[in-house]
Design a protein around this ligand. Structure first.
Ligand SMILES: [Zn+2]
Length: 321
């Protein structure tokens, strides 16, 4: 029985750490691969086992909180959240609608996982911090965390809200990261897609003001743009991160208007050159033409040779907020 196996694995490799049930995921998957070859082939775990592991883990995670969190499931999600059940039930519809929307807005790019995707929604900032901080890179940006797609272990979403517009907006952003995580996108493109989806569904969003746009013109130059293409600016100051999200969205929204070439571009774009070769192959031009159209002529093309590539940018790709 796959449920029994999942339960055994989670029990064997899980324990309470500072009052939160944590799983040693690498050990669990190693164990599963070594002892249950019928369920785990090279880099692939049987979807039924993944789903049952998700159930066994989220139930224990929910019970480890005081008072316990609730778990609610749909055919596509496992919601772990705080609050009365009748308040949480409407969120299930929000999850399902967000899934439909993200898949619809990103044809040929977004793919939903084959197991029920766990979504841990915590509106209480202390509980959110306790759960999520050990999962994040230590030197990541210090912005107040709205949400994160955790790609390690059993990939899942964490949303720093458990109701209302914030839940809805953050959910769309993080769900997008989850659904494009099978492609190793450059950070700017990953965040550009996620913020564009967020913007497309957020009825309350304001267009960029003239002052904000002028600030972008003043901020971006030949040095800053290399940090943008390489992804390293996502580990910079709060201000730099904020400019990076803004520019990523400005570049990606017009590209997304033409879904078919954009899907080809996104699937071909690589992290190593920021997507420059893919831009030439699909659009017949350099990525540098995109900021040029917005900010005016300048030295905007990606120059991967000049990038000081380090593990930080890699973390930003793996656990993008
Ligand atoms: Zn993001």
């Amino acid at each position: 029985m796959v449920e029994h196996l999942a339960d055994e694995l989670v029990q064997r490799h899980g324990r309470l750490v500072d009052g939160v049930f944590r799983v040693a995921w690498d050990a669990l998957w190693d164990d599963a691969a070594q002892n249950h070859e019928d369920r785990c082939t090279a880099n692939e775990v049987d979807p039924a086992l993944l789903d049952s592991v998700g159930e066994a883990w989220t139930e224990r995670l929910a019970s480890s909180f005081e008072p316990a969190l609730r778990t609610l499931t749909t055919p596509e999600f496992r919601l772990v959240a705080e609050g009365p059940r009748q308040e949480l039930r409407p969120l299930l519809r929000v999850l399902s609608e967000a899934r439909t929307r993200v898949l619809h807005l990103l044809p040929g790019i977004a793919v939903a996982p084959s197991y029920r995707l766990p979504v841990v929604a915590l509106g209480n900032p202390f509980r959110l911090d306790r759960y999520v901080t050990p999962l994040l890179p230590e030197d990541g940006p210090d912005l107040p965390l709205a949400g994160v797609f955790v790609s390690d272990g059993l990939p899942h979403l964490v949303v720093g809200a458990h109701r209302g517009n914030t839940f809805d907006t953050v959910l769309h952003h993080e769900l997008t990261h989850a659904y494009v995580s099978h492609i190793r996108l450059p950070v700017w493109l990953n965040e550009g897609i996620a913020t564009s989806i967020e913007r497309a569904v957020d009825l309350h969003s304001q267009p960029m003001t003239e002052e904000e746009f002028d600030a972008h013109v003043a901020h971006w130059n030949a040095t800053a743009i290399q940090r943008f293409w390489s992804g390293s600016c996502w580990n910079g100051s709060d201000e730099e991160v904020s400019f990076a999200y803004g520019l990523a969205r400005m570049l990606v929204i017009p590209l997304m208007e033409h879904a078919e070439p954009f899907a080809r571009f996104a699937n071909a774009a690589t992290w190593e050159d920021g997507g420059e070769a893919a831009a030439h192959a699909v659009y017949g031009r350099s990525l540098g033409d995109l900021p040029a159209a917005l900010l005016g002529a300048g030295d905007w093309a990606p120059r991967p040779d000049a990038w000081n590539r380090d593990a930080d940018a890699d973390d930003a790709v793996e656990n993008g907020a």
